[in-house]
Design a protein around this ligand. Structure first.
Ligand SMILES: Nc1ncnc2c1ncn2[C@@H]1O[C@H](COP(=O)(O)OP(=O)(O)OP(=O)(O)O)[C@@H](O)[C@H]1O
Length: 259
């Protein structure tokens, strides 16, 4: 475990048992993520990415191994999770959704109001504060999820394909907004994506997983300076070669899992 680790995962394995069958979803996962690092997890479908996030979020137990999330403040929640969909509560308004976690912690009203307004402004939803989720587009709903996750001020953020259902334009706008909030808050983020472009654009480091049983088989460091621009990334030879490396890796793993 490195000294600055915010998340340390050590030889973690998860086996699901179903009647006579068992599925080893994760095998011997060891990862160290530093405080303030943005790490993307990329791997073929079914390799255990969501399972790993669910374990870190305490929604699932590992079969063996362990993990630790370093705490800096006892009053903070350990983590906030952002999903592709189903992240927000349909019976609450936009501002009530963003304030939800803060209210559950019984924080002073003025503090809840201030933080909620701050993050609503950050994601450009201040005008829509009184609306209900059914009145929002997909991109706006994801903005609500992101605002809520950051407003909660968790120790770490776990993001499971949060932009997977968005069109390319919206996806890029939300990626930019996410990076802008992240660069202010310097949260430690573990982010799942199927998009190599997204992983290269967002992260400090990309972890590559094998097909089932999911193992970490390689890592790619992304040292492109920040703030980043998509155009810079596309015109950068080194990024193009990293794209191809990850692409080949995924091809091999996907083909391997079909044999
Ligand atoms: N609750 C469960 N019970 C049994 N098997 C499960 C359960 N949850 C996940 N699995 C199995 O564990 C494996 C990993 O699933 P997981 O959803 O973590 O993969 P993933 O990499 O997130 O996939 P995708 O990229 O398609 O979302 C799969 O074979 C899945 O069927």
């Amino acid at each position: 475990m490195s000294q600055n680790s915010k998340i340390s995962i050590h030889e973690l394995t998860k086996v699901f048992y179903k009647k006579q069958n068992s599925v080893t979803a994760l095998e011997n996962i060891t990862i160290d993520i530093e405080e303030g690092e943005f790490v993307c997890l990329v791997g073929p479908s079914g390799c255990g990415k969501t399972t790993l996030l669910r374990i870190l979020a305490g929604l699932e137990n590992q079969s063996s191994g362990n993990f630790k999330i370093e705490r800096s403040n006892e009053d903070r929640p350990n983590q906030s999770m952002v999903f592709q969909e189903r992240g927000i509560l349909p019976w609450l308004t936009v501002e009530e959704n963003v304030a939800f976690g803060l209210k559950m912690r019984h924080l002073p009203k003025w503090h809840v109001k201030e933080r909620t307004n701050y993050f609503l402004n950050k994601v450009g939803l201040a005008k829509f504060a009184k609306m209900y989720p059914k009145e929002l587009s997909g991109g706006m709903k994801q903005r609500v999820s992101i605002a809520r996750a950051f407003a909660n001020d968790p120790e770490i953020l776990l993001m499971d394909e949060p932009f997977g259902a968005l069109d390319e334009q919206n996806r890029y706008i939300l990626q930019e907004e996410l990076l802008s909030i992240w660069s202010e808050t310097k949260k430690t983020v573990l982010f799942i994506t199927h998009s190599i472009d997204e992983a290269l654009y967002l992260s400090d480091r990309v972890l590559l997983m094998s097909a089932q049983p999911g193992k970490i088989i390689d890592e790619v460091k992304i040292d492109l300076p920040r703030p980043r621009k998509l155009e810079d990334m596309r015109s950068n030879q080194e990024m193009a070669s990293k794209f191809l490396d990850i692409w080949r890796h995924l091809q091999v793993e996907v083909q391997g899992s079909r044999l």
